[in-house]
Ligand binder design. Sequence first.
Ligand SMILES: Nc1ncnc2c1ncn2[C@@H]1O[C@H](COP(=O)(O)OP(=O)(O)OP(=O)(O)O)[C@@H](O)[C@H]1O
Length: 241
Amino acid sequence: MTAPLLHVRSVETYYGNIRALNGVDMEVHRGEIVALIGANGAGKSTLMMTICGSPQARTGSVHFDGQDITRLPTHEIARLRIAQSPEGRRIFPRMTVLENLQMGASLDNLKHFKEDVEKVFTLFPRLKERQAQRGGTLSGGEQQMLSIGRALMARPKLLLLDEPSLGLAPLIVKGIFEAIKVLNKNEGLTVFLVEQNAFGALKLSDRGYVMVNGRVTMSGSGKDLLANPEVRAAYLEGGRH
Ligand SMILES: Nc1ncnc2c1ncn2[C@@H]1O[C@H](COP(=O)(O)OP(=O)(O)OP(=O)(O)O)[C@@H](O)[C@H]1O
């Protein structure tokens, strides 16, 4: 088997004296969709941020595309084409949809800006209709589409998604998960997503990890985790699906 695109080894991450990640090992291979599920405060967002270079207080290692990125600053990690749609979307509310997309494109990518914008608009036609509208006036679902679209403008090798379903109606979530599947199938895009919506995330994913109190406690194919009685009891029964 070839080396993973992303390889996290024995990572511990601290906020002051608080250890939020406690020896995390995980990997994402090229072309995979991988989900990380877990309850509030398990450390999912911290792992996502650790991969992206913040906070700096950590031990262990993170390798991406054969390169040790453990100590690289965030902007250099972004340059390696790891793009993130962060928790809470963080679009620019006063900028238009088109301007938000422009912010996602690196200087190198501005030369194929039109082509890349058209791709985002094909994936999310609602953004095309609203391209001149300010980001802050979009619905939650549209803002999520814009956040993913902006990340895609960086032509990522790895797309990181932090809670894309958060606060959205089931039908909108379905559409967003379908768009992620299309990107993965048609473009071979590698995706790592963090979700509290365990059912939707595991259904979408090739593989998954379960995180409890800063540790990975289980891993397996999306299908096996969905069928696992412990996972069902903790994350699926009575959950959001
Ligand atoms: N800036 C911070 N300073 C101190 N502690 C923090 C900080 N950010 C997160 N933590 C703590 O680290 C732990 C992991 O938090 P994290 O946000 O990574 O969890 P999560 O699984 O993403 O949760 P959620 O689904 O609620 O976003 C929690 O105990 C949290 O209180």
